[in-house]
Unconditional design. Structure first.
Length: 495
């Protein structure tokens, strides 16, 4: 029995109107759990980006001149509208991305917390005043929006990530063109509908569906003045290089290979629960997922046994089934990626749990990997250093603190980390030594709060952090102003 009454025909949202792709092409949107047809999405080309950018450019002067607190009020209204529909949005998210319903609705609710915080930023965009060296002169800084901003977002958080880019961008006075992931057009369409209902002026927010061609056109367009991208490190590098050549500000949130470090004085049961949540939750399809467990050798056997039992208890299934605790990979392509690394792991380490594709009880109709754990993993091997984006955990054993830190830092990524210990000195030592943008102590690697910065270092990120009190600053330029008011006589040279 299907979970949608009839497939939805999504459309691009350009200049305040819902329109098909100019070429009329569409692609099917199917549930990754069972192949159910959910809808048809536009398959846009560069001409659709041209239309969206033109609409955003035309809307920019009026939106820029709208008082910032009024812009913030619009975002607050958008938050209230989404809150009323949180369950419906969570259901749609689960059906097209694969998260279980609790995770899907949870993503929507998490998004609201940031929107509410960001709405207040419209009244906090302050600059500085400073004494001038010049007599009779008042000096201060103010902020100017870039203009049209391009936003390119992934499929794994299809509500959260688009809105935590849209909100600070429009609060700062920009107009935007969103190019969402082709795997999750339904949630992007819901965002466009909510924007339309909230009364934003036509062209302030535009949404163009599709894949690589519209994304490339958005980056290259001369009237797009900044790009914010979340996705793979490989694609991010290409975008960074191109934006550098075009002198466009770029913000990239990229991959992760996040460690959880368990010391011999840790609560092993608590650490095991956190690991299972971080490694197997959301089918491992989070940039903050727990990929590596770096465990003191004296507690490693007990820890591996505990995580193994938790992994065995995972129930893969349809995301809307109340008994399900893990949904599918988002696509056949993503499942193939996970299965490839499972096979690589077979030749690199000792497999304790899982491996392969789950096919029992009708799961063969979807893209279900089994939760998988490898033990006695060398920290330099591929499953310990390359991002998998699936429910695959590598256990690395250590005997000294230096070994643990070396293993944790021995990857190109640097998003988040977790440390489990009862020694506050050890905790602070690792906070300072771990090469990650975020560290959790006695908490899982996934997580983030709207009023705190989110992001990483090394190959994980370029540009300012997302969320937090300064998120809007990426979307604005600081301008320094000197006003000679004639209150004192100027003498001598300017220099």
């Amino acid at each position: 029995m299907g979970h949608v009454s009839s497939p939805v025909h999504y459309q691009n949202y350009i200049g305040g109107e819902f329109v098909p792709a100019g070429a009329g092409e569409t692609r099917e949107n199917r549930c990754p759990a069972d192949g159910e047809l959910l809808g048809q999405a536009p398959w846009s080309q560069s001409s659709d980006i041209d239309a969206a950018v033109a609409a955003a450019k035309a809307a920019f002067p009026g939106w820029r001149d709208t008082p910032a607190p009024v812009r913030g009020d619009r975002v607050a209204k958008l938050s209230r509208l989404i809150e009323d529909r949180a369950s419906d949005w969570g259901r749609a998210l689960s059906l097209e991305e694969g998260k279980v319903f609790g995770e899907g609705r949870g993503e929507v609710l998490k998004t609201l917390k940031y929107l509410n915080f960001a709405a207040g930023d419209a009244r906090r965009m302050t600059g500085i005043t400073a004494p001038s060296e010049l007599p009779g002169t008042f000096a201060f800084t103010t902020w100017r929006p870039h203009g049209v901003v391009g936003l390119i977002t992934p499929w794994n958080f299809p509500v959260c990530i688009p809105l935590w880019k849209i909100a600070p961008a429009i609060i700062a006075g920009n107009t935007v063109v969103l190019k969402p992931a082709p795997e999750t057009p339904w949630t992007a369409h819901l965002i466009a509908q909510a924007v339309a209902e909230c009364g934003f002026p036509a062209g302030v927010v535009n949404v163009v569906h599709g894949d690589a061609e519209p994304a490339k056109a958005l980056i290259e367009h001369p009237d797009v003045h900044a790009i914010s991208f979340t996705g793979s490190t490989e694609v991010g590098r290409i975008i960074e290089a191109r934006c550098g050549a075009l002198h466009k500000p770029i913000q990239c949130e990229l991959g992760g290979k996040n460690p959880i470090i368990i010391f011999d004085d840790a609560d092993v049961e608590k650490a095991a629960i956190a690991t299972a949540f971080g490694a197997f939750g959301s089918t491992g399809q989070r940039c903050t997922a727990t990929s590596r467990a770096i465990v003191h050798e004296s507690v490693a056997d007990a820890y591996v046994a505990a995580v193994t039992e938790l992994g065995k208890a995972v129930v893969p299934g349809h995301p809307l089934d109340s008994a399900t605790t893990m949904g599918p990979s988002v696509s056949q392509r993503q499942l193939d990626q996970v299965l490839k690394y499972m096979a690589i792991g077979e030749g690199e380490a000792h497999k304790v749990l899982g491996g392969g594709r789950a096919t029992a009880n009708g799961l063969d109709r979807g893209y279900f990997p089994n939760p998988t754990l490898f033990d006695h993993v060398d920290p330099t091997c591929r499953i310990a250093t390359e991002e998998i984006f699936g429910p695959v955990l590598s256990v690395i054993r250590f005997s000294t603190v230096d070994q643990a830190v070396t293993a944790a830092n021995g990857v190109k990524y640097g998003l988040t980390s977790a440390v489990y210990t009862s020694n506050i000195g050890t905790a602070f030592d690792l906070i300072n030594r771990l090469d990650t943008g975020m560290t959790q102590v006695n908490s899982p690697t996934p997580g983030g709060e709207g009023h705190l910065p989110f992001g990483g270092i090394k190959a994980t990120g370029t540009g300012p952090r997302e969320m937090g009190p300064d998120a809007w600053r990426f979307y604005a330029e600081s301008k320094t102003v000197y006003i000679n008011h004639g209150g004192a006589k100027r003498t001598g040279s300017f220099y």
